[in-house]
Design a protein around this ligand. Structure first.
Ligand code: HEM
Length: 467
């Protein structure tokens, strides 16, 4: 049975069975669900685990074999280090004018819209335009109508999760890679949309690289965006080598997909939670107004508490699957009691075991986040870290929303900064409330998404200008 809201089952099982338990998938496939912090750290960081076969198939299909998540493990570290140049704290700060311009365009859109408005598509488009400008150096017009249309189709494909799709995934995870790729050439609408996305991103990436080479030859600046920084075409800078054009171009589909809906959905779910806390919303607005002018985003306690709490409660990737490459032993933070009554402090697993990193469940553990772990309460972050464990997890606030280990989200600083800028711009100028008959539910499709009663992705809100 498909759950009505994400977490109805999983968070119930967490209460019943604790942070580690076994589950049977479609076709009786055995899966170990893990929310224990030491175990999560081990799985995310250990070379004994890699993405599950279905994940590998999908990543390859969407992003191509030269994209960061798909390159062989021995190439991943050096490619990641090279790409990270465009995502350091300093690099991300330099995109601030682009983020602020996109946020201000969004407020203009809101001014033109009725007060009851679906904020999903507006935020999706805003995040796409940021990836266009800050990563690729392209305005929305330059991205082209076909790519923008296809991007919305991809989001729609990712948003649908019928019973048939769950079954297809279960079958897909059992196909060898060559057969899965052959199936992906079937003339169905879904596969056509995915193939088009890859082709359009490939064409766009190569065009951008060509244009940058021409600009550099003409002595123009080319490093105002991530692609320019990665190519490093400034001949006078001999301190670092740029990446080859084909390697940079091959990341286009990845950045377009990984960087857009993730941030847009996090913002949507955060704004919905904020709408349910009018008193906190007013305090946050006062903090933003008091900082207007020169905004020091990192020094605003309420703003950052709100962002951390949003990421804790709504990790858009709430479950991340891995498969064991070898027999291995997973350590546990706390002993667990087996159905036989035996107590264990580690779990022995065999090669080929599917392990689900239960990120959302970890972020609701009462032992780590307190008795009110299931409540959206940004105040928990106001006295330092809200985390009560000894483990250090993830790159930000002990959260696993951006994962951790070698595949940690490359764009996590970029995403946090985008959210800081957008929340400040939006909450300063508008108030957010839920419509009286709010029926939106959070569902897990490819990632978490808000879904309306008609099954479509969307989140209508009442957005009113302040004064
Ligand atoms: C709130 C927003 C975001 C969230 C919650 C998020 C979450 C994640 C997660 C969980 C992963 C690991 C997936 C896995 O290995 O199974 C990931 C990977 C990645 N993300 Fe993000 N992401 C966000 C925004 C962004 C942005 C804005 C960008 C780029 C502009 C980005 C670029 C990437 C890339 C390139 C990877 C692949 C890293 C690798 O394989 O080494 N993400 N993200």
């Amino acid at each position: 049975m498909t759950p009505t809201q994400y977490g109805d089952h999983e968070l119930g099982w967490l209460k019943l069975y604790g942070p580690v338990y076994r589950l049977k998938n479609c076709f009786g496939q055995d899966r170990l669900m893990v929310a224990d912090p030491a175990a999560l750290n081990y799985i995310a960081n250990s070379p004994q685990f890699k993405p599950s076969p279905m994940q590998e198939n999908m990543l390859y299909l969407l992003f191509g074999r030269k994209s960061l998540p798909c390159v062989p493990v021995e190439e991943h570290k050096s490619l990641r280090a090279a790409l990270n140049v465009g995502f350091t704290a300093a690099a991300v700060r330099s995109y601030q004018p682009i983020f602020e311009k996109a946020a201000s365009r969004l407020t203009e859109e809101l001014d033109k819209s009725p007060s009851r408005i679906d904020i999903c598509s507006l935020l999706s488009f805003a995040m796409l335009s940021i990836i266009g400008e800050a990563v690729l150096g392209q305005s929305p017009e330059e991205l082209g109508e076909e790519l923008i249309r296809n991007n919305f189709e991809i989001v729609a494909v990712a948003a649908s999760q019928s019973r048939e799709q769950i079954l297809a995934e279960a079958i897909g995870s059992r196909l060898p890679a060559w057969l899965f790729h052959a199936v992906a050439h079937l003339p169905t609408q879904t596969f056509r949309t995915i193939r088009d996305a890859k082709r359009l991103a490939y064409e766009l990436g190569n065009r951008i690289v060509e244009e940058k080479l021409v600009s550099a030859r003409n002595g123009l600046d080319t490093d105002a965006d991530v692609f320019g920084v990665l190519l490093n075409l400034d001949a006078s800078d001999t301190t670092k080598n740029g990446l080859p054009g084909d390697v940079v171009a091959a990341q286009t589909a990845l950045f377009l997909v990984a960087g857009q809906e993730t941030t847009a959905t996090t913002l949507v779910l955060g704004l919905r939670a904020l709408a349910q806390l009018p008193e906190f919303q007013a305090r946050l607005r006062s903090e933003i107004t008091a900082n207007a002018g020169q905004i020091a985003y990192d020094s605003m306690p309420l703003l950052n508490a709100f962002i951390k709490e949003t990421l804790r409660m709504f990790p858009v990737v709430p479950i991340d699957d891995r498969i064991a490459r070898e027999d291995t032993i997973i350590p546990l933070s706390e002993k667990i009691t087996l159905s036989t009554g035996e107590e264990i402090s580690h779990i022995c697993i065999e090669k080929g075991q599917i392990v689900s990193m239960a990120i959302a469940a970890f972020q609701r553990l009462e032992s780590r986040w307190g008795k009110d772990a299931h409540e959206f309460n940004p105040n928990r972050w106001l006295q330092g870290s809200a985390y009560r464990g000894a483990e250090a997890l993830g790159p930000y606030a002990n959260l696993m929303s951006f994962l951790g280990g070698p595949h940690t989200c490359l764009g996590w600083r970029f995403a946090v900064f985008e959210m800081q800028v957008f929340i400040c711009e939006l909450v300063r100028q508008f108030s957010f409330a839920l419509p009286e008959n709010d029926t939106v539910r959070i569902r897990l499709a490819t990632a978490l998404i808000p879904v309306m009663s008609n099954g479509q992705k969307g989140a209508p809100m009442i957005v009113s200008r302040i004064s």
